[in-house]
Design a protein around this ligand. Structure first.
Ligand SMILES: Nc1nc2c(ncn2[C@@H]2O[C@H](COP(=O)(O)OP(=O)(O)OP(=O)(O)O)[C@@H](O)[C@H]2O)c(=O)[nH]1
Ligand SMILES: [Mg+2]
Ligand SMILES: [Zn+2]
Length: 338
């Protein structure tokens, strides 16, 4: 195998040229543990730690590697190594970890980079109790700001009487993002994903616990590599079975990232990220009387007029307001968003 199998491209190769004579190797982070990472290099898999230098130089959390990152490592004996630097990311997605530090007064916001160098995010949603249009809008907004493409995957069609009706509901809020149905329990149904699984492309599966992300990964790998577990009978919620992000290489060359189900997804990004996830509202807004219309109760608001006319659902506008507020609050904390 070579580096390109793991998603290496000219974008990273250019950054590595200054390291070429160092004897160090480029490596991709494939799994993060508490105090070390597993990386893949041309010489195989290594267990690596941070050099003191990277700790010293890191100004904030986002300077530390996450799964999907490309790093420069010095190899040591026994398949071990040290990470010397983090190469610039082609894309990354982050969430906000609010109110983590105890203290009085203002709400605190902290950017947490979840994963890096992802080309496509599959937003997985279950067609059981998990189904929630507002949550899908939230995920779409997250992906809208991160530089990756998106696909919405509605799983567990077998548990739903009319999957096509739900697919249509999702298509209404999805804009240009494609929406696909599947039943991951039947691996043969995953063949429809083939067009998205291209060699060297990194595809992350995101969604709540229990929606079937690991089942999809196992189905595509053709073997049970990831543990899966039944959702709770009482409330249909998942049991947070997957606890680590991890990359897997498929036979056809695509790279899949399994992720733990996210409990809370607070957005990190810019208000402009809504331009991609709410194109319908942004289009209507061009006809509002005031340029800075907030679509609350301003006169001449084309957005609220569309709600009154039944063209736009009020739940969708409420969702837009909620997400816009959330992104707006990040304000200047957010100047180093990448
Ligand atoms: N009926 C049905 N069950 C499914 C389908 N796909 C997955 N499941 C089941 O849903 C449960 C949860 O699946 P997982 O793959 O563990 O879900 P996950 O998204 O990885 O969950 P976390 O790792 O907790 O985030 C398991 O019991 C799966 O067998 C499907 O298409 N239909
Ligand atoms: Mg899982
Ligand atoms: Zn308006």
């Amino acid at each position: 195998m070579n580096l390109r199998d793991w998603g290496w491209s000219d974008f990273f190769a250019e950054q590595f040229t200054v390291w070429e004579k160092s004897g160090y190797l480029p490596a991709r982070v494939i799994r993060g543990e508490k105090n070390y990472f597993r990386v893949w290099t041309e010489e195989g898999e290594l267990v690596v730690r941070f050099s003191g230098k990277i700790r010293h130089k890191a100004a904030s959390r986002q300077d530390f590697p996450v799964v999907g990152d490309w790093v420069v490592v010095e190899t040591q004996a026994d398949q071990r190594g040290l990470i010397h630097t983090l190469l610039q990311r082609k894309s990354s997605f982050s969430r906000n970890l609010p109110g983590r530090r105890k203290g009085k007064g203002r709400e605190r916001h902290e950017q947490q980079v979840i994963a890096a160098n992802v080309d496509l995010v599959m937003i997985v949603s279950g067609l059981d109790q998990d189904f929630n249009l507002r949550r899908i809008e939230r995920y779409l907004t997250l992906v809208g700001g991160c530089g990756a493409e998106a696909l919405i995957l509605l799983n567990k069609s077998d548990l739903c009487d009319d999957p096509l009706a739900l697919q249509r509901q999702v298509e209404e809020i999805a804009g240009q993002t494609p929406v696909q149905l599947c039943t991951a329990r039947d691996a043969s149904q995953l063949e429809s994903l083939a067009p998205y699984l291209q060699p060297g492309k990194t595809i992350a599966l995101l969604g709540s616990s229990g929606v079937g992300k690991s089942t999809i990964i196992n189905g595509l790998l053709g073997e049970d590599r990831q543990k899966v577990a039944e959702v709770s009978l009482s409330d249909g919620k998942g049991r947070h079975t997957t606890t680590h992000r991890e990359l897997f290489l498929l036979d056809n060359g695509a790279i899949l990232m399994d992720n733990p189900g996210m409990r809370e997804l607070h957005l990190w990004g810019e208000p402009e990220d809504l331009l991609e996830s709410f194109t319908d509202i942004e289009k209507l807004a061009q006809h509002c009387k005031f340029n800075d219309c907030r679509h609350q109760s301003e006169p001449g608001c084309a957005v609220t007029a569309a709600v009154e006319a039944g063209i736009l659902k009020s739940e969708r506008l409420a969702s837009y307001h909620k997400l816009a507020d959330e992104l707006g609050k990040l304000g200047r904390h957010n100047s180093n968003h990448s």
